[in-house]
Design a protein around this ligand. Sequence first.
Ligand code: M6R
Length: 610
Amino acid sequence: MCGIVGAVAERNVVEILLEGLKRLEYRGYDSAGVALLQPNGTLTRLRKTGKVQALADAVAEHEALGSTGIAHTRWATHGGVTEYNAHPHCSNDRISVVHNGIIENYLALRAGLTEQGYTFDSDTDTETIAHTVHAELQKGGSLLKAVQNSVSQFHGAYGTVIMDSEDPSRVVVARSGSPLVIGLGLGENFIASDQMALLPVTRRFIFLEEGDVAEITRRSVSIFDVNGNPVEREVVESNIEHDAGDKAGYRHYMLKEIHEQPTVVRNTLQQRVDERGLVPGIFGAGAEAILAKVKHVQIIACGTSYHAGMTARYWLEQYANVSCNVEIASEFRYRKSVVYENSLLVTISQSGETADTLAALRLAKELGYMSSLAICNVPGSSLVRESDLSFMTRAGAEIGVASTKAFTTQLTAFLMLTLALGEHNGISEADSSGIVNALHSLPAKLEETLAITQGIEDLAEEFADKNHSLFLGRGDQYPIAMEGALKLKEISYIHAEAYASGELKHGPLALIDEEMPVIVVAPNNELLEKLKSNVEEVRARGGIMYVFADGDANFASDDTMRVINVPHCASPIAPIVYTLPLQLLSYYVALIKGTDVDQPRNLAKSVTVE
Ligand code: M6R
């Protein structure tokens, strides 16, 4: 989704801004722009549809420069993908604005501003910010005051950075609903929607809180809370690797991230599970007392993270004896739901900034959940800061829009939560030690599983000309089938649906023919015989199957079935292990189809609008 970078410095900031935008490309966007101010107040604005490189070419051609600047990648919401809708938006060649989020009352604002004589050059909601700030400045006072007076008129979500040509020494920024992080330099300061954008220039960050407005100059950062009171916010030293944005020799970030899974899962387990079992206190200060009381878990998430939650429900009920509901955040937040006694709300999010998940967390607080836990990959994200407890997944920066390593580390985290809750709810000794041993074996199993890549590449060749597909699984492999289907549609644009295989004969069996490949995940577990019956139902109707199966499961390749053997693994970790071949299948199909693997069409990495 949209990305913001800004800088106030003595040097020319063009390269910093462009590099920042490039580092935000992974979030998904359709146009890019930059506005630059020279110390004498000369304003240069350049905007381009398409990739950041097109903007960089324009910047080079115009030899654009400035020591204060704002830049943006836009993911269209209001108004089509055109140059005139791209940010920054300006008012009277004086005010320049970049904005993430949606100003919901923009039509009313637009009408009022038009009456005041302002003319609009775009179809966006953002342009109302520029004119509103300009109108406020006309009343006298500083840019800071004008922005503070303006934001009280906005309904909706914004992370916005505003620059005034008449005072190139500062930018003013405001956050409500869309994240902003200030980067602290030496004699220069920065602002961005994501710390990734600023890692080449600083590692010291201040995460703005809801309602904050801040004035940033080269040498100072002044922050004011929602009531206009000056506040101090903590300075956080980032430990994200500077080169996390590199492909490390892989053709795509997605492939790199798939191959990182053994390492990041190992990192997620480190110092949390040792030879004696779960290390106490891993869910944070005060967690033990809360977990001891939990009798029900409500999981909320979106997309891939939701699939992690779906899988966790099987584990929490099977091993930890804790009842569990799982719901998509955008549904949960708009319906009346019942809060169970001693219910723990668990949100899951790679980014920690997903608008619907955040809104669901805020609603849950009003509803009176006993406590909240965020399972998240981004320290300092909104979800982490607003939850009572947090558990970081340590997947490292995930750049590919299609989530891979974030998912498997989320599942790893959920197995640890299962152990923690199970301890208070009568988990059997056999299940507890079974999960601990399985977790110890997990990184090595993932390495073994990645070694079957060649077979999957061959399979992708057969698959790539299809338009539709079905994914089947049973039990805790059903959400894995859902995740496999999501991956395939996201990056290869092949229509894919997932079913719990027991549901086949209740409708989807009608779809089966040789043009509808059926992908089956088949570990050797207590549901294997049931699954085999479902496989026979497909075979009897002329379906073509691709089965990812345990070698001991006794599937054999023939005219109607291609079997790919997945290394044998213990039941609790099978959902994690079987995820990898499905990720690889999607990747190689997308490669053959020549799609934009890391930035698939229409999608954004972090969905910060609802
Ligand atoms: O950052 P989050 O985990 O909250 O994101 C949720 C979804 O938007 C995300 O998982 C999305 O479905 C991915 N593109 C899937 O690959």
